[in-house]
Design a protein around this ligand. Structure first.
Ligand code: SAH
Ligand code: DHB
Ligand code: MG
Length: 226
């Protein structure tokens, strides 16, 4: 096969971004404030943000759950998809990240749509399950990678047949294929294996190019019964 050069991948990615996912004042300010507060720049790209937004629209999602808020960049994309009248619950353990997100969500005019729940996600999810919260239409997993399989197990308890479960960073620039993968790559590799073999789900990984190659897992819950 002919060699695909990185410059071409970047050109294609930039073309798609300028045509379909241009930034705006709210998104630009959200990234600026996150950077100014010292948050790591590990948010989804604008193209992936647009993909999350489109998937939420396609699923006609009214109730969205996000695991891993950071500065609220992906959260704003999801909030825009469910507004007006919908709800995004986003889970974040770092109080500085939660604080920066609150400012960004307020500026986006999404304060009544998006609720940030502070605390370790696994504990928050257990509390939500125990409280028998209504199932979500779409769940986006993007927090600590070693916990991804546990988040999938808990997400399924907050799902109904038809719920869409998304997971970021499933390829990690190919590190998932390495025998000596670090704990993050091992975590997403275990998630890949879980969605491959779980008969309750129908799944695919869509490759995502940013600076590196990554992948978004897309699963639909066919049944919540084992
Ligand atoms: N979804 C964001 C990026 C999330 S980065 C975006 O694309 O804009 C991952 C986030 O998960 C970080 O903010 C980190 O603090 C948070 N996180 C890590 N471990 C966590 C845990 N155990 N519970 C909740 N949040 C966690
Ligand atoms: C990291 C986490 C992410 O969710 C991401 O999209 C990129 C990098 C990280 O922890 O390094
Ligand atoms: Mg991510």
């Amino acid at each position: 096969m002919e060699h695909i050069d990185e410059a071409l991948l970047k050109k294609v990615d930039s073309f798609i971004e300028s045509a379909f996912a241009p930034s705006d004042d709210v998104l630009t300010a959200a990234l600026r404030d996150a950077d100014a507060a010292g948050l790591p720049a590990i948010h989804v790209s604008s193209n992936e943000g647009k993909l999350l937004y489109l998937l939420a629209l396609i699923a006609n999602a009214r109730r969205v759950l996000e695991i891993g808020t950071l500065g609220g960049y992906s959260t704003i994309w999801l909030g825009r998809a469910v507004a007006p009248g919908g709800r995004v619950v986003t889970l974040e353990s770092n109080s500085l990240h939660a604080k920066v997100s609150r400012g960004n969500i307020e500026r986006a005019g999404l304060r009544d749509i998006i609720q940030i729940r502070e605390g370790r996600a696994a504990e928050t999810l257990e509390t939500m399950i125990a409280a028998r919260e209504e199932p979500f239409d779409l769940i986006f997993i993007d927090a600590d990678k070693p916990s991804y399989v546990e988040y999938l197990r808990l997400a399924l308890k907050l799902s109904r047949p038809g719920t869409v479960i998304l997971a970021d960073n499933l390829i990690c620039n190919g590190r998932v294929f390495d025998a000596d993968a670090d704990e993050n790559a091992r975590g997403v590799k275990a998630y890949n294996e879980a969605i491959t073999s779980d008969t309750r789900l129908e799944s695919l990984i869509v490759p995502i190019f940013r600076e590196k190659l990554d992948g978004l897992g897309i699963s639909i819950v066919r049944t919540t019964e084992r």
